[in-house]
Design a protein around this ligand. Structure first.
Ligand SMILES: Nc1ncnc2c1ncn2[C@@H]1O[C@H](COP(=O)(O)OP(=O)(O)OP(=O)(O)O)[C@@H](O)[C@H]1O
Ligand SMILES: [Mg+2]
Length: 305
């Protein structure tokens, strides 16, 4: 199949969607070869439970232990760059991928309208993809923001989702490289082919009944979608009673999870909102970091299985 040139006469929105699709098709054709050695983790859960916070802290922890860590923001609200410590006035020049296609074509020398084949090399590693589509943030973390990813009831064939799947598939992860993807609330918008890109999911909840119920549902769905390892992350835990409550709600479904983690409520979080960097440089380190380091080590362990 050839790259599709986008007709100049189309209305703007239609042209934009055509461009997104053209880029997705081109990336898919150049998808990674089979010797992928890093690992990919998707972070999901109900709104407000701490997905972005957990993704940002883990991305930094991986970067600090020598990994090339790529944080992908799938949430249209695009909070992740700020959580990672990017400047709040303009986000350090981040332009969401779905809004960036003209610029990328220009930067890579592909003639606008002529298609995407020219810009794709045979070396689609993280740095290559970040050079083309993303930015490097504080602590060397790599950041890729997707922009609008339309929510649909049962997976979505919209161009933006197709592009996201293609980008995730396209990157050829080497040893010592990890992708962590922060998502919008819920997993309903997750298509099977997007889920296929991930070897592990962190299902984040707080101790509230509604959030635990969402995570229970999400675990069943993630299992159906074929994500091999699901880990439970209970955030903002204040007491043993919280723990008992969560386990009671999950009941037998606790068996869906390979591992479980309990992150304490962290008083200092509010002060550093929206960034997580101050938390990482606190002395002594806050207790939440110890459990997050355990998550990092577990992801590493399962990731290379
Ligand atoms: N362990 C914690 N202790 C105290 N506050 C926390 C903790 N984890 C997260 N928070 C706070 O909870 C709020 C929501 O966190 P966050 O934005 O990470 O959630 P989210 O799941 O990404 O939300 P959304 O669904 O809106 O994207 C933030 O103000 C954050 O600082
Ligand atoms: Mg978020």
């Amino acid at each position: 199949m050839h790259d599709r040139a986008v007709p100049a006469t189309m209305p703007d929105a239609g042209r934009q969607r055509e461009k997104v699709l053209a880029a997705a098709h081109a990336l898919n054709r150049n998808a990674r070869p089979g010797n992928d050695q890093g690992f990919r983790v998707v972070v999901t859960g109900k709104g407000g439970v701490g997905k972005t916070t957990v993704t940002a802290l883990l991305t930094h922890l991986f970067a600090r232990s020598g990994y090339t860590a790529l944080a992908v923001d799938e949430d249209p609200q695009m909070n992740l760059p700020f959580a990672l410590g990017m400047p709040q006035d303009g986000g350090g020049g981040i332009v969401p991928l779905t809004k960036n296609l003209d610029y990328i074509e220009e930067k890579t020398g592909a003639r606008p309208g002529a298609g995407w084949g020219l810009m794709l090399t045979l070396n689609p590693d993280v740095s290559d993809v970040v050079d083309r589509f993303g930015v490097t943030g504080p602590g060397g973390v790599k950041i890729l923001v997707m922009g609008t990813v339309v929510q649909a009831a049962t997976g979505c064939l919209c161009p933006e989702n197709t592009l996201l799947e293609a980008v995730i598939r396209y990157i050829n992860l080497r040893k010592g490289e990890v992708i962590l993807m922060d998502t919008q609330a819920g997993v309903e918008h997750f298509g099977r082919s997007l889920a296929k890109g991930f070897g592990q999911a962190l299902l984040v909840t707080d101790p509230s009944f509604n959030a635990v119920t969402v995570v229970k549902h999400a675990a069943v769905l993630a299992r159906e979608l074929g994500i091999p390892h699901l880990h439970l992350v209970v955030n903002r835990v204040r007491s043993g009673r919280d723990r008992e409550k969560v386990l009671k709600i999950l009941c037998d479904d606790i068996g869906l999870f390979s591992e479980q983690f309990w992150l304490p409520y962290e008083e200092g979080m509010n002060e550093c909102d929206p960034g997580v960097l101050p938390l990482l440089s606190c002395t002594p380190p806050p207790p939440i970091l110890e459990e997050l380091a355990r998550i990092r080590d577990t992801l590493e362990k399962y990731g290379t299985r």
